[in-house]
Each structure stands twice: as structure tokens, then as C-alpha cells.
Design a protein around this ligand. Structure first.
Ligand SMILES: C[S@@+](CC[C@H](N)C(=O)[O-])C[C@H]1O[C@@H](n2cnc3c(N)ncnc32)[C@H](O)[C@@H]1O
Length: 221
């Protein structure tokens, strides 16, 4: 992809700006999601290691983006009667997730639905596990949206919120600028825990990865 004068390839930053990480759109959105499928691998695997998956579970990934997290979860579950469902309100994200997980979808083990976390198209207590990776900070109404996640979880089900940034001293200026410019919800570990409890989870625990700005917040329904 090149700039408007059709001369230079677009930089990663230009692709991200045009692609809109809050709701991926167009060709740049698709390119950005492909990159995120790779760049979010390490933080996602670190966080998924905090949960245990089994073959017959029903798992939901909210804000599934390019769909790589769905594949990572499916691999951890192993073969069985379980399903991995991805939800995203961006048409481009849903298309990318469907393309990447075409084999799983064809076999009936995966599904992608276009919807917002504000109104998940599932009955109460439908899932054993819900995950969300690098998406929560865009959600419009954190407590209400987390309560919607809690609604679709079975009693005793687990929620895992993953982000590569949380509120703390010493964040890089570039990161602070990004948080302000995009109005991201970036909280301290204890604010995350309080929010989950307020939204109806019975337990909440934030995990941090030493030497990084990563956070994974585990919630028990
Ligand atoms: C930065 S991307 C991350 C995608 C993917 N989870 C990953 O780790 O690469 C954020 C994703 O969250 C989705 N998203 C943001 N707000 C959402 C909402 N209210 N409901 C559903 N999806 C949402 C966006 O459309 C986008 O696909």
C-alpha cells in the first residue's frame, strides 16, 4: 500500500491511523489486523497460560480482531465437542477472523458474529470462558460492558481481560499521548479489579508481567 501520491509505501503508523484500531476499517484495517495477529502473540500466550482450557468448553473472544486469539484458544482446548466463538463489531475484523479460522468454522468448531460488547447476541450463562485481548480499553461503558460479559458467562465461568498497557508511573510519553488521543480506558491493577467486582464478578485478580506494561485481569463469575 502506498501514499496518496502513489510513491512511498505507507509506514506502520500511517496504516494504523487509517486502519483505526478502535474499529478496523478498509484495506489499512485489514493490514493492521494481520500485523496485530503477530504482534499480540506474546502477550496473549502469556495471559492464556493463566487459564486452563479443556476440549468440551464453549469459549467467547470479544473484540476478536484478526482472529488469531480464537486459533490460539482452539489449540489449547484440543479436539472435542467445544466451540470457540469470536465477536467483533467491525465488519473488517469479522471478515479477517472468518478467513483465518475458515477450517475451524467449516468443521463447526468455530463461529464469528458481528456485534458489540454492549449487546452480546447470546443467552445468559452460555460460555465457560470469555477472553478479550487489547480491546477493553475501547469499550464505551466499562462497567455496563463488563456486566454484559458476566451475563453470558456460566456461574463459575472465567473471564480474562488482556492488555499491553495499564496505568502506572513511568509510562513512555508516546504511550501517554496515545491514551489521551484515543481516550482509552487505561486503569491501575486495583481499578481493574474493582470494576470487575462492580460489574458482578465474584472474584477479580490482576496479574502483571515483570519488565513489561502487560496486565491480565482474571474474573470469576
Ligand atoms: C486493537 S484490536 C485487537 C484485536 C485482537 N483482539 C488482537 O489482539 O489482535 C481491537 C478490536 O476490538 C474491537 N472492538 C472495540 N470495541 C468493541 C466493541 N464495543 N464491541 C466489539 N468489538 C469491539 C475492534 O473492532 C477491534 O477489532
Amino acid at each position: 500500500m502506498t501514499d496518496s501520491a502513489n510513491t512511498r509505501p505507507l509506514s506502520e503508523a500511517q496504516i494504523t491511523e487509517a486502519g483505526n484500531p478502535a474499529k478496523p476499517q478498509g484495506e489499512c484495517g485489514a493490514l493492521m489486523l494481520e500485523r496485530m495477529n503477530r504482534s499480540h502473540e506474546e502477550v496473549t500466550n502469556w495471559a492464556l497460560d493463566l487459564l486452563s482450557f479443556s476440549p468440551d468448553q464453549r469459549v467467547l473472544d470479544v473484540g476478536c480482531g484478526g482472529g488469531a486469539t480464537m486459533g490460539r484458544i482452539s489449540q489449547r482446548m484440543g479436539k472435542g465437542s467445544g466451540t470457540v466463538v469470536g465477536v467483533d463489531y467491525s465488519e473488517v475484523s469479522c471478515a479477517q477472523s472468518r478467513e483465518l479460522n475458515a477450517a475451524g468454522i467449516a468443521s463447526g468448531r468455530m463461529e464469528v458474529r458481528q456485534a458489540s460488547v454492549e449487546a452480546l447476541p447470546f443467552a445468559d450463562a452460555s460460555f465457560d470462558v470469555v477472553t478479550t485481548v487489547e480491546s477493553f480499553y475501547f469499550w464505551p461503558d466499562p462497567v455496563a460492558n463488563l456486566a454484559e460479559v458476566a451475563r453470558v458467562l456460566k456461574p463459575g465461568g472465567r473471564f480474562l481481560l488482556v492488555a499491553d498497557v495499564y496505568q502506572k508511573d513511568g509510562l513512555a510519553q508516546e504511550v501517554l499521548d496515545n491514551i489521551r488521543r484515543r481516550s482509552l480506558t487505561v486503569l491501575t491493577p486495583s481499578q481493574h479489579e474493582d470494576l470487575l467486582l462492580e460489574a458482578g464478578f465474584s472474584l477479580a485478580r490482576a496479574h502483571l508481567k515483570e519488565g513489561t506494561d502487560w496486565i491480565a485481569v482474571e474474573g470469576l463469575r
